[in-house]
Design a protein around this ligand. Structure first.
Ligand SMILES: [Zn+2]
Length: 244
């Protein structure tokens, strides 16, 4: 499977990095939609019309602000296929408002699926759709992690046993690491993780590799691999690809 890291930053972009978005090329699927996704696909010589499914982890703006412009590009390029958008109920409701506000549903076939419901908010949420397994993780808004075959994506989360279950024996865990190890308290308060916590999840899940994304600075993977020897740690930059 080819995994393209279109965006790897947390909410504040840097000169070279912007909002988190990951493209699973073989499945025509985007995981979250931060940054100028269409431009990044084009830079990587990928066709925006190949996007068939978009899985959103939660409603925070940095994970979905690229969606309206991507849909506009798909519309202008003349897509005749359906684009399916999945996510937690509140996320889907927000996206429906945005797409209707900008008239994006004209000439586009958009299919929305809500993957949880508010009545069950305090309960464990998990399921499977279109070959993607999902589970609720721990963040300040209802948030889902997704898994396709041997690749798991955490969404925004603090340390979560549910995520460990979902990621069990994955070949690759793409995990957020928003705050530095020295900011552990702040990370927990805000529903985020540090590299150390993400790596702990990776080790407990017995994954082969962990890729740290949604970071507030570019991490040094050599330094991390020296520090944590029992797992292969990647710190991808925007526009990087890995194949597993
Ligand atoms: Zn968030």
């Amino acid at each position: 499977m080819k995994i393209h890291f279109l965006g790897t930053s947390w909410a504040v972009p840097s000169k070279d990095r912007s909002g988190t978005s990951i493209y699973l090329e073989n499945h025509g699927t985007l995981l979250d939609c931060g940054g100028d996704v269409a431009q990044k696909l084009i830079k990587m010589e990928k066709d925006p019309l190949d996007i068939e499914k978009i899985f959103l982890t939660h409603e925070h703006l940095d994970h979905l602000y690229g969606l309206p412009s991507l849909l506009q590009v798909i519309k202008l390029l003349g897509n005749k296929k359906e684009v399916s958008i999945f996510g937690p109920t509140d996320t889907i409701e927000k996206i429906k408002k945005v797409t209707s506000l900008f008239g994006l549903e004209e000439d586009l076939k958009l299919n929305y699926t809500s993957l949880d419901n508010r009545e069950k908010e305090e309960q464990r949420v998990r399921g499977e759709i279109e070959g993607f397994r999902y589970t609720k993780v721990k963040h300040s808004k209802p948030t889902l992690a997704y898994r396709k075959n041997k690749v798991t994506f955490s969404g925004d989360t603090s340390y979560s046993e549910e995520l460990i279950d979902l990621a069990k024996n994955s070949q690759l865990l793409i995990h957020e690491a928003t705050f530095k190890d020295s900011e552990r308290k702040k990370a927990k308060e805000k529903g985020h993780s540090t590299p150390k916590e993400a790596i702990k999840t990776g080790l407990k899940s017995n994954v082969d590799k962990i890729a740290l994304v949604h970071t507030n600075s570019q991490l040094d993977s050599d330094e991390l691999n020296k520090k944590y020897k029992s797992i292969d740690i990647l710190a991808p930059n925007d526009l990087e690809t890995i194949e597993i």
